[in-house]
Design a protein around this ligand. Structure first.
Ligand code: BGC
Length: 747
């Protein structure tokens, strides 16, 4: 009886809460609509215009001033300082007729002032909670300077390390990308956009941008429907379900239609099929680019195509304010459709509570102790240990002399990585500084060897070699300057630039224990280097707290636990190589691999037993997706299923035992993979379906459990979604090469 009463009151509270939230949503929409009713057509179109600010100090350029005052600007991109932001917002709120506040957009990609590791490094943490916390910090810092909208998270799937923007992505896996994207949206937007520390997020770049042919930025993308649905659209759908405020349409042409003029992907899928309630912003001048693509004949045509496709806000090309009015007046575009776009934009402004709180939050929220601790923790969890011969790592804290060498050892700007507008190099703690702080000046000797990562002048090499000669251990900090990664910074050859290879080679001749920390945003072809160093720690561009994070790892205060979010090829010629590929009819094996130099001269031509491999490089990548070493070892055993046969409505529990069988307390990332053995279209050889970060003391063991429902087994065949009966294999382990496997059947 008591329980029934209790349940009834809980039910009542839930109904009241739901009614309240509906009515507050209704109130908000009433406000939006009453505002729209007061707006002229020009003012409406003004809301759909995002203006790029070029002037970096006050006063505001008179042209911009007037546009804002006339209600011709809905959002500003790149206002350079809190003072400028405040002034622009003031003009909009106080001097424009309707006082509509501006959305202040900014690329806050991996931190605002506190810079976290680049996004591919954040993905390597396999820790969505941490990613959420980083976004929370970034949002708090940004809002404290008046920024209320970020163009993040980027959720493009990237299977090609030549693509410079892979650094901004979560790598090759749609499940990982989806988990990380949702985590960062939740971090940026909080539980409620109106919270004083929340900012609006953007899911970008919609869609398929990462599939640029040849890994060359902005290039054509060709993605069959099934792959589009199963791989590229997945994180976006999850972002919409997580209530992302905006979506950015891309630069790429997808199967012949540019994504910023694509009715099918924006209007049909995003808005109609998924019911996206936020607004779509174009990428930088991608409306204008419709002409360059050869998809629109002039600016009027480009405007019409982008708008009809579903773009609500034009970033930087001014095509909407130049052309939309005549398109309405000529009856080509209906004003209701304009109202719909404006409604979406105003709703986000109301959600952010900008009408009441247009300006920066009060108090200095930058670089707090909490932010810096989090940044360090993220560096620790993002670095991936790829090699550790003779357990050279961790280093003893009693080591007598350490040589710190390399152009990235003391490069505070470079370690921040790409897409940093608000981070300041004076806040970066470099590896050199952190190692000196840890060991004391007398035990550290330093020589950069090369001035920058691209230096080809060898004059510094001798000094570096001499320095190394005088040390017990050599720590090399090599990689890329931040500008060698990112948008439009793609590379056909993914080797260390400058004469860094030569420096490594010379150092290796000394026979000293040598550790290489690779600081970059991309995946470099490290196979030739592996024989020349004892340990390789892939440290990415680590951001503000790179130095202290690395010190904890190098000296064993923490064990590395990052895992690769992208496959490491052995050579560029293997690209694209990714773990979740389909099987061929001729799958390769070690036995079937025909090695180039084993083929007899004038050997008989035969196709018998031939398999899918390269004569020179075989078929395996260098390091697989999900891989990463630790200072301890984890053993996976006893994989168990709650049932061997499930029906479509069942949830399956997959469990395994994980034991720390080494001598060090550490985290591992347990990963769940599934293979659908037979499908109406060919299914990938393995697909990640879950992961969990687990901390274990030496000797400790835990049971790790994952839930699998038929929803997790669905796939699109190009026409519709399916979940097909049949046999499935399931693995638990700590990389995509996991071998602990069992089977179940879906009836
Ligand atoms: C990029 C976007 C970015 C925008 C604004 C474009 O070049 O593709 O990712 O958000 O610029 O800076």
């Amino acid at each position: 009886m008591k329980l029934t009463k209790y349940l009834n009151s809980v039910l009542l509270i839930l109904v009241v809460m739901a009614t309240l939230s509906c009515s507050s949503e209704q109130d908000e929409m009433d406000h939006v609509d009453s505002l729209i009713n007061q707006m002229t057509l020009d003012e409406k179109i003004g809301q759909m215009n995002q203006l790029m600010n070029f002037v970096d100090s006050l006063p505001i350029d008179p042209y911009f001033y007037n546009l804002i005052k006339e209600g011709q600007v809905g959002s500003v991109l790149n206002a350079f300082s809190p003072e400028m932001i405040h002034e622009m917002q003031r003009i909009a709120v106080q001097e424009s007729r309707l006082g509509i506040p501006l959305l202040i957009g900014r690329d806050i990609i991996h931190g605002y002032r506190t810079i976290f590791p680049v996004n591919i490094g954040l993905a390597a943490t396999f820790n969505p909670q941490l990613v959420k916390e980083c976004a929370e910090i970034a949002a708090m810092e940004a809002r404290s300077e008046g920024v209320n909208w970020t163009f993040a998270p980027m959720m493009d799937i990237s299977r090609d390390p030549r693509w410079g923007r892979m650094v901004e992505s979560c790598g090759e896996d749609p499940y990982l990308a989806e988990q990380m994207a949702v985590a960062s949206i939740k971090g940026f937007q909080g539980d409620d956009l109106s919270n004083k520390n929340s900012i609006a997020a953007t899911a970008k770049h919609y869609v398929g941008y990462g599939a640029a042919i040849g890994g060359r930025d902005y290039n054509t993308t060709l993605i069959p429907e099934a792959e589009l649905r199963n791989v590229y659209l997945r994180p976006f759908k999850a972002a919409v379900q997580a209530d992302v405020a905006s979506v950015m349409s891309g630069f790429n042409e997808l199967n012949g239609v540019p994504t910023s003029g694509n009715v099918y992907t924006i209007r049909n899928i995003l808005k109609n099929e998924w019911g996206f309630k936020g607004f779509v912003v174009s990428d930088w001048a991608s409306v204008k680019n419709l002409q360059v693509h050869g998809f629109a004949k002039d600016s009027m045509d480009a405007t019409e195509k982008a708008f009809i496709a579903g773009v609500d806000m034009d970033m930087c090309s001014s095509y909407f304010i130049d052309n939309l009015k005549s398109l309405v007046e000529n009856g080509i575009v209906k004003e209701e459709l304009i109202d719909n776009a404006v409604r979406r934009i105003l709703k986000v402004k109301f959600d952010l509570d900008l009408f009441d709180k247009p300006y920066a939050t009060e108090g200095n929220k930058l670089l707090t102790e909490q932010a810096l601790d989090l940044a360090k923790k993220t560096v620790i969890q993002s670095a991936v240990l790829l090699q550790n011969k003779n357990n050279v790592l961790p280093l003893s804290k009693n080591i007598k002399k350490v040589a710190v060498i390399g152009p990235l050892a003391d490069a505070p700007h470079e370690q921040m990585g790409t897409w940093v507008f608000d981070g300041k190099e004076e806040n970066s703690i470099t590896p050199l500084k952190a190692i000196i702080d840890f060991l004391g000046e007398e035990r550290v000797i330093y020589s950069p060897g090369l001035e920058t990562s691209r230096t080809i002048d060898k004059k510094g090499l001798n000094d570096a070699i001499k320095t190394a000669q005088n040390a017990d251990v050599v720590l090399l900090f090599m990689g890329d300057e931040s500008i060698l990664t990112g948008e439009a910074h793609c590379r056909a050859e993914l080797t260390l630039p400058g004469c860094q290879n030569e420096l490594i080679h010379e150092i290796s001749k000394l026979g000293k224990p040598t550790v290489l920390v690779m600081m970059t945003g991309v995946i470099l072809m490290v196979e030739p280097i592996l024989g020349k160093v004892d340990a390789l720690l892939y440290g990415w561009h680590p951001g503000t707290m790179g130095g202290p994070g690395y010190v904890d790892l190098l000296f064993g205060i923490e064990s590395p636990s990052g895992k690769l979010p992208m496959t490491f090829p052995r050579t560029e010629g293997q690209i694209p190589v990714y773990y979740n590929h389909n099987n061929t009819g001729h799958p390769p094996s070690d036995e079937s691999w025909i090695r180039m130099y084993d083929i007899p001269v004038k050997a008989w031509q035969t196709s018998l037993g031939n398999t899918s491999h390269y004569l020179d490089y075989g078929f395996e990548p260098l390091f697989e997706f999900g891989f990463g070493l630790s200072y301890t070892e984890f053993q996976y055993s006893d994989i168990k299923l709650s049932k061997k046969v499930i029906s479509k409505n069942d949830t399956l529990v997959v469990a395994a035992k994980i034991k720390n069988i080494g001598g060090v307390k550490a985290d591992d990332v347990a990963q769940l993979y599934v293979r659908d053995l037979v499908g109406s279209i060919v299914r990938p050889v393995k697909e990640l379906k879950g992961f969990k970060r687990i901390r274990l003391n030496p000797g400790e063991e835990k049971i790790v459990e994952f839930m699998l429902s038929s929803e997790d087994l669905t796939f699109h065949d190009g026409e519709k979604w399916h979940v097909e009966p049949g046999e499935f294999h399931v693995w638990i382990g700590n990389s995509s090469k996991a071998s602990l496997m069992t089977k179940f059947e879906l009836k």
